[in-house]
Ligand binder design. Structure first.
Ligand code: GAL
Length: 456
């Protein structure tokens, strides 16, 4: 059974996260009192609980009912189905609530997060929303004092014993835990159809150099080598190229302020990235990640680099990891490295239906909820006690890798850089995609780390 990989992750992640949280967080007062009681307990605290302490309702008994609006960006094949499966558990355990699915389409939350920001600015939060563990959570919502501490729920549900000890610091500030992780995703995966590769006479490349040679062969044969989508998917590609070309230590160093964005190694990685863009589909800027993955399903493109929610998508399309109808490998150069992210859910301050929100979070953190959701979503449970037999061959391999590999955090999916820094990087990338100037791109990335990251 899965036991967390103790110190091995800490060897890499804490440097990234702790140093960065320290560097980027203003010395704001903690949002919770030392006793662990959130400061200013919002309306909705159940009567009868000790003064100022939020009541944690046991599963199945929370609250009187009403609507529970849950905000996410899970609308594509696989991810929407996974949400539906977890909703089944919620409805079964909490029939008194009406679940309102407030998912907003747009991969990686590009649209959803903008809609959410507007709602939060109008003081109209949904009961819960999806947020990535790491800087996205801590640097945005916790920083803005928008969330309640969830220490009470972790204690009540015994989650400190089953959630990875390496993940807790990424969802905590000042000893207060601010979200419930529902999964672990891997970002650095290359997907393909083995039969098509055989037909085209190529094999899955293991380095980016090899990828470029393979891509030239495919290109000559009239096959699009690499399916890519809109800007965020190119940032996703870029982070895997940086990892593959630089290795884990130098990749981590980019995020904790000890690395050199202007180095020759980064230049080399950006040049590789530029060469890869020559082999992508021409309509990339108009496609979402799932439409790009569909090019692979249809045999119109050979590879796509995408997080393992693509696994859920391939399965939703009728492909089966057990019969080899689709294949996977670490993104080139990243064998033994696990570029991770974690989807989690939060409890907003001043939420309309607080008991309903806690009911949802209770399911999201439960073994039953996670084992319903993740096998369909294409992710592994955040909990260490998931039922391995429910997970397919790919997901079991991801479970093994999560244990054995060196773990680093994802940029695009919220782990290593806070929103202002990521926004600067994305702006620089947008310019690069239209102008193709590696020197200017590298200069902009170097400036971004000084302006919004820990390089200043
Ligand atoms: C990620 C998220 C995944 C999946 C993906 C595509 O940011 O963590 O759960 O939804 O976007 O939308």
């Amino acid at each position: 059974m899965i036991r967390r990989h103790g110190k091995s992750v800490w060897a890499v992640l804490p440097a990234v996260v702790i140093a960065f949280v320290a560097a980027c967080s203003p010395a704001a007062a903690p949002t919770a009192s030392p006793s662990g009681t959130p400061a200013g307990t919002p309306a909705g605290t159940a009567a009868g609980s000790p003064a100022g302490t939020p009541a944690a309702s046991p599963a199945g008994t929370a609250g009187a009912g009403g609507q529970v609006e849950v905000f996410s960006w899970w609308t594509a094949g696989g991810e929407a189905d996974g949400l539906e499966a977890m909703l089944g558990v919620f409805e079964n355990q909490y029939p008194q609530y009406e679940f309102v699915n407030a998912a907003v389409a747009g991969g990686a939350g590009t649209n959803a997060r903008a809609v959410l920001a507007t709602r939060l600015s109008q003081n109209d939060p949904p009961e819960s929303w999806q947020g990535h563990a790491g800087q996205e959570l801590i640097g945005t919502y916790v920083e803005a004092d928008q969330l309640e501490s969830l220490n009470f729920l972790f204690d009540d549900q015994g989650w400190r014993d089953v959630m990875p000890e390496t993940l807790i610091p990424l969802i905590s500030k000042d000893d207060q835990i601010y979200s419930v992780p529902v999964n672990i995703h891997r970002a650095n995966v290359m997907w393909y159809l083995p039969d098509k590769l055989t037909e085209w006479g190529v094999t899955a490349p293991t380095t980016w150099d090899e990828f470029l040679t393979t891509a030239a062969t495919l290109d000559e044969a009239g096959v699009t080598p690499l399916a890519m989508g809109t800007t965020w998917t190119s940032l996703h590609l870029l982070e895997t190229v940086l990892l593959g070309e630089l290795g884990a230590d130098a990749y981590d160093a980019l995020w904790d302020g000890t690395g050199d964005w202007s180095s020759a190694e980064v230049t080399g990685a950006l040049e590789t990235f530029a060469s890869l863009l020559d082999y992508t589909n021409e309509d990339a800027s108009t496609l979402e990640w799932d439409a790009a993955a569909q090019l692979v399903v249809d045999g119109d493109a050979a590879f796509t680099i995408m997080g393992d929610w693509a696994e859920g998508f391939f399965k939703a399309k009728g492909l089966d990891p057990a019969d080899g109808s689709f294949g996977w490998a670490p993104a080139p150069g990243t064998d033994g490295l696990f570029q991770f992210l974690s989807d989690s859910f939060v409890l907003p301050k001043n939420v309309g239906n607080r008991d309903g929100a806690i009911a949802w979070l209770t399911v999201a953190g439960s073994k039953e909820g996670q084992d319903a959701f993740n096998p369909i979503k294409g992710s592994i449970p955040a909990r260490s006690d998931g039922d391995v037999s429910l997970y397919d061959a790919y997901l079991q391999s991801a479970m093994d890798d999560w244990q054995a590999d060196t773990v680093v955090g994802s940029l695009q999916h919220g782990v290593v850089a806070n929103d202002p820094w990521k926004t600067e990087i994305t702006t620089a990338l947008g310019l690069f995609l239209s102008e193709g100037d590696v020197t200017a791109f590298q200069a902009a990335l170097t400036t971004a780390c000084t302006a919004e990251g820990p390089c200043g």
